[in-house]
Design a protein. Structure first.
Length: 138
């Protein structure tokens, strides 16, 4: 069984504000930037994102029925800040237990112990031909 709603509420009020101070710079911690599907408000949710092929995978420790997951799926993607880089990701795919194969080996037993059986996979977004990436000057 995924972590409880009580733990989720505690983390949202206490742990997440603290995690936001380092999550985008210290992998595997990351920030997923997404827009509320009803409110239109911008959010930055701390997560742990692991490389999976050319994209990333996230263990949904509170299950798939979380606002940030719904928002990302409704929008068809998000921006991930990880290791100081902003990455546009798309094609969110909700996976069941087969998604555990995308997690690093040492993490898998921990996730199994906590009953985590839902994962989100995100692929790199296709470059926007109307907005090519800007050249870095330094």
């Amino acid at each position: 069984m995924p972590l409880s709603d009580r733990v989720a509420r505690f983390n949202r009020r206490v742990t997440n504000p603290l995690a936001r101070t380092f999550a985008g710079r210290l992998p595997p911690f990351a920030l997923v930037e997404h827009r509320g599907r009803r409110s239109g408000r911008e959010y930055a949710t701390p997560i742990m994102a692991f490389p999976a092929g050319t994209g990333f995978a996230v263990a949904l420790t509170y299950g798939p029925d979380r606002d940030w997951v719904w928002n990302v799926r409704a929008a068809g993607g998000c921006t991930l800040i990880r290791g100081g880089r902003r990455l546009r990701l798309a094609n969110p795919s909700l996976l069941g237990e087969e998604g555990s194969a995308l997690m690093p080996g040492p993490i898998r037993p921990v996730l199994r112990r906590f009953g985590v059986a839902a994962f989100l996979r995100l692929d790199p977004a296709s470059p926007d031909p109307d907005h090519p990436p800007s050249a870095s000057t330094g």
